[in-house]
Structures are given as structure tokens and as C-alpha cells.
Design a protein around this ligand. Structure first.
Ligand code: G4P
Length: 530
């Protein structure tokens, strides 16, 4: 085993997912507080970034504060080296969030106790399931009135299709929130208000057998109900099984209040023990082991114009094996070239730092002169393998793009292709037309505005967008299909993606069923492959 095994094995790389406003930012801030990465929680990013309107976003885009995009936060805690893949909270950035999940080894799902499972969580969860990554649930905002927690767990199981196992259990909520019960330790950790985390809370722990002491703290009536719930819990909930958790089929559940910083460290400690170290990843030649193999990485995100003055483009890559050392030569498989990565950096919340070394599990950002694409593999010059592609997520909104000034065709094609390569939009063409008519698909409608704005400001091209009624996209999986002969419904549209893969756009689910009925053996998939 190489001498850097220790470095790799102490790494924990995870993403935090939630519906906007559930408390992802607040929880991240509190994590950083424990890691000593910031002095006072609250400085990770501007409060408003998660929910600004289009106009604000554009302003922020101009300066391109890292806060509106996914960034990576690295810090040490209790002997672990933690990489948090932070993702923007705005739902229209979801495509980005999806990709970020490809680079994570596990996910923390933050749920607002009073709101339960919300739309965005549902979508992100689907991606976690597809990747079979372990999911840890933090039920937040227990300091606010919440309903029956048994019902909430039922909802998670029913809506998301994953078994739940509460590691701790809340006593009351809102004004009556008294603390959480640690099921393994069989003791109650009393709630203290830390005044939004600005002051350290006292920790009072009472073993459940000390019934009198408990009554003193939480009152007789609350104690009675709490003991009943514990009994019910022991009888009804799924048993904890780390293997099942790590296979992504069981989610450990924790309760707390990120804002008042209660339950956060308890969660962090348990979570770090339960989540996985960087695991082997699938490549076309088999599994690549993080410790036994030399350096390899894949690109999961590309972002242009992070600094507009320099027109730079940064490729974010997840190191999957070995160690990266400054000025080391690597092979870019898709480009077929041996190269040195240019200024590898770690991109933190508000600053960038040039790295001398990084290990499997880490994320680095490198300057990209326009050669990388999402999904690309980098490895040692003597190696030849490729990581599995990153699925393209199904856009849900479509528009036809028309260029206003046909003289600027070249800039238009360049601009729209580059923006599509970043993955913010997907572009499609009809079979018999050139680039003059392009169909754009996006996951969130805000991306249409962003496209228009960026083409005007960065490429000096004006466009008109005409909304199309399609809502469903299906890639045709059959090889050698004759798209001309394929018969669907009259409102269906046949197009191809940037790589020439054929696909169909539909207005409703019913048309998808009809098309499948009419073309025996047709295989349609919701996800394309890069
Ligand atoms: P997000 O990143 O998931 O979008 O959520 P964020 O952390 O920004 O939190 C959204 C709102 O919820 C914030 O309130 C935040 O203070 C609040 N919040 C987060 N965790 C808790 C919690 O445990 N309990 C309570 N009661 N609230 C919580 P805001 O109104 O936008 O800001 P502010 O008025 O608190 O400054």
C-alpha cells in the first residue's frame, strides 16, 4: 500500500442537498465552525445568494462571486479531512447540483421539519439513488413547531422509497423543543439556545434511566409521551445496518436545529463514522482503486468566465485515485494529449489557493483553455482508461433559438456551443437543418435568461427565444435506428443532441406511451450520456 493511504482514508467527500430554504447554508456554516475554518458562522456566503431574482443574479454573475456556483469547502475535523461540495440553493441551478453529486461519495439531505419532502429534494434524491450513494438525513428547524415525526418518516419512506433509521429522536418541537434522545447511548441531550450559534451551548446529558432527573428537565407529561415514542420507535423502525446504509438503501435520520446550532455536532460525529472513505470508481477497464492506483480524475463541471476580466474557464475535477502533485504530467484521455495541469487550485467559498498536492477524494479546479468537456478522464501518461460518462439530465423546458443578426453566425455558434459544453443548457438540432435553427433545453427556466444575457454580453450576439411546448425528452437507446421510419404522435419532435444521438421531444406522457406502442422494440431513456 502506498504511503499516502492514510491521507486518502481520512477523506470524506459529500454533498449537501435540500430544497431551497431548508437550511443547507446554515448547516454548512455550522460544520465549518466545528472545523475551525471560520470564526463565526455566517460568513460562508451572503445570505441572499440562494434566492435572488434574475436581475440580482445577473449582477452577481458579472462579478461572479463563487457563492452563486458550486464550490468546495475543505476543512479538518477530528482527524478527518472533509470536502463539502456545496451547491447553489436556487432551483434553477439544479443541473449543476446534479453533476456535483457525481463527484460526491455520499449526500446529506436536509429537510425542513415542518415542510417535509419538497420538490427539489425529490429530484436530487433520484440522482443519489441512481448512483446508489449513501444518504444521511438531517431533519432541521426543530426549534420551530413541527408535526408528528413518525408521519414525517413515513413520508420520506413513501415519497422517496428509502427505509429510515432514526439515530436520535427529538423531544417536542418549537417552544417545547427539549432536546434529542441518542438511541445508542440511551441518553437525552438537552437543548440549549445558542442564540443563533453565536454563543457556545452547554451540554447536559441525562441517561434515560434517570427518570426523576428527566422529569425535572422536561416535565412529567412530556416525559411520558417521550417514553412512549421511544418504545414505539424501538418496535417499529428499521434496524441500523451500516452495509445497507452504504448501499444507499437505508438512511440514518438525525434531528436538530442548524440555526441554534443544536444537534449539528452530534450529527457530524456520527455521520463521519458512518459515511464512506473514497471508494473505487468504475472505468472501462474495471474498478480503479483510490489507494492502489496512481493519479486519476474526471471532470464533473466546467465554468466559464468566473473572472470576466480574464475570460477564464475552470474545469472542476474529482480526484478518484492516487495523489496529484504540482506540475506533474498527466494524460487527458479524450484529447489524447499529455499535459501539465495549469494552476490547480482549491476553490473555497471566497478565495482560491494554488495547490501543491491533492489526494483521491479531493476536488481541484484547473484553468481550462477550452479542451475539457464534462465527463473527461485524466490519468497518468502510461495509463489508458476512461471513467463512466456523466448522465445528462433531462431538460424540462424547451425553446427555439433564433439569431437576430445572421452576420454573426460564427460567434453565435461558438457562444452557444461553449455554454452548452459547460452544461448550463443542452442544445439540439433537427435532423436536416444546420446550426441556424437550434432547440435549447434547460432544467430550470432561469437558464434561458442566462443564455440570452451571456450571448449578448460575452459573445456580442443577440437572440430571440421562442418557447416550445415540449416537456418530456427521451433519448433513443436503440443503435442503428432509422429515425425517418420511426412513427410517433403528430406533436412529437425528432432531434439529435450535440453528439449526434437521436432523441424525441414530447408534450405529454401519453405520447411517449403511444410512440412505444407504435414502434415495437423501441427503447427510450430519460437520461442521455455525455
Ligand atoms: P438554504 O441554504 O437551504 O436555502 O437555507 P438557509 O440555510 O439559507 O436557511 C433558510 C432560512 O431558514 C434562513 O432564514 C435561516 O436562518 C433559516 N433556518 C435555517 N436553519 C434553521 C433552524 O434550524 N431553525 C430556524 N428557525 N430557522 C432556520 P431567513 O429568514 O432567510 O434568514 P434570517 O432571517 O434567519 O437571517
Amino acid at each position: 500500500m502506498s504511503n499516502y493511504a492514510e491521507e486518502i482514508n481520512k477523506r470524506r467527500t459529500f454533498a449537501i442537498i435540500s430544497h431551497p430554504d431548508a437550511g443547507k447554508t446554515t448547516l454548512t456554516e455550522k460544520f465549518l465552525l466545528y472545523g475551525g475554518a471560520i470564526n463565526l458562522a455566517g460568513s460562508v456566503k451572503g445570505k441572499a445568494t440562494a434566492r435572488h431574482a434574475v436581475s440580482d443574479w445577473m449582477e452577481i454573475e458579472k462579478e461572479r462571486g463563487i457563492s452563486v456556483t458550486s464550490s468546495v469547502l475543505q476543512f479538518e475535523y477530528d482527524g478527518y479531512c472533509i470536502n463539502i461540495l456545496d451547491t447553489p440553493g436556487h432551483q434553477d441551478f439544479s443541473e449543476d447540483t446534479y453533476r456535483t453529486l457525481m463527484a460526491a461519495d455520499s449526500a446529506v439531505m436536509v429537510i425542513d421539519a415542518s415542510k417535509g419532502v419538497e420538490a427539489q429534494t425529490r429530484k436530487l434524491f433520484k440522482v443519489c439513488v441512481m448512483r446508489k450513494i449513501p444518504i444521511f438525513t438531517f431533519i432541521n428547524k426543530m426549534d420551530r413547531d413541527a408535526g408528528d415525526m413518525f408521519e414525517l418518516l413515513d413520508e420520506i419512506e413513501r415519497e422517496l422509497g428509502i427505509a429510515t433509521c432514526p439515530v436520535n429522536w427529538p423531544i417536542g418541537s418549537g417552544k417545547n423543543f427539549k432536546g434529542v434522545y441518542d438511541r445508542e447511548e440511551k441518553s437525552v441531550i438537552m437543548y440549549t439556545d445558542t442564540q443563533k450559534g453565536t454563543k457556545e451551548g452547554e451540554t447536559t446529558v441525562i441517561p434515560i434511566e434517570e427518570k426523576d432527573e428527566l422529569s425535572k428537565y422536561i416535565g412529567e407529561d412530556v416525559k411520558k409521551q417521550f417514553l412512549e415514542e421511544v418504545e414505539l420507535l424501538d418496535g417499529a423502525s428499521a434496524e441500523f445496518d451500516l452495509e445497507v446504509v452504504q448501499a444507499g438503501e437505508l438512511t440514518p435520520v438525525f434531528f436538530g436545529s442548524a440555526l441554534t446550532n443544536f444537534g449539528v455536532e452530534i450529527f457530524l460525529q456520527h455521520f463521519l463514522k458512518m459515511t464512506t472513505i473514497p471508494l473505487p470508481r468504475k472505468a472501462d477497464i474495471g474498478l480503479i482503486h483510490p489507494v492502489e492506483n496512481d493519479f486519476s480524475a474526471f471532470v464533473f463541471k466546467i465554468q466559464a468566465n468566473m473572472n470576466k476580466a480574464h475570460r477564464d474557464r475552470i474545469a472542476f475535477m474529482r480526484i478518484c485515485s492516487g495523489k496529484y502533485e504540482a506540475s506533474m504530467e498527466v494524460k487527458h484521455i479524450q484529447g489524447g494529449k499529455i499535459m501539465r495541469l495549469s494552476q490547480p487550485q482549491q476553490i473555497m467559498a471566497s478565495e482560491r489557493k494554488i495547490l501543491d498536492e491533492a489526494y483521491a477524494g479531493d476536488i481541484i479546479g484547473v484553468f481550462d483553455p477550452g479542451i475539457f468537456a464534462i465527463g473527461d478522464t485524466l490519468c497518468m501518461p502510461k495509463e489508458q482508461f476512461q471513467y463512466e460518462g456523466i448522465p445528462t439530465f433531462a431538460p424540462e423546458h424547451f425553446a427555439r433559438v433564433r439569431q437576430m443578426d445572421t452576420m454573426k453566425r460564427k460567434q453565435f455558434v461558438k457562444g452557444i456551443t461553449q455554454i452548452a459544453q459547460e452544461g448550463a443548457i443542452q442544445i439540439f438540432q433537427e435532423f436536416n437543418t444546420g446550426m441556424e435553427e437550434i432547440v435549447v433545453g434547460v432544467v430550470g427556466v432561469l437558464q434561458f435568461e442566462v443564455l440570452k444575457y451571456r450571448l449578448e454580453n460575452e459573445y456580442n450576439v443577440e437572440i430571440r427565444l421562442e418557447n416550445l411546448p415540449y416537456e418530456y425528452i427521451r433519448w433513443v437507446e436503440n443503435k442503428d435506428i432509422d429515425m425517418v421510419k420511426l412513427t410517433g404522435t403528430s406533436d412529437m419532435k425528432k432531434v439529435k443532441d450535440m453528439k449526434g444521438n437521436p432523441l424525441l421531444l414530447f408534450i405529454n406522457q401519453w405520447s411517449i406511451g403511444m410512440t412505444l406502442d407504435r414502434n415495437k422494440g423501441l427503447i427510450l431513456s430519460e437520461f442521455g450520456r455525455d
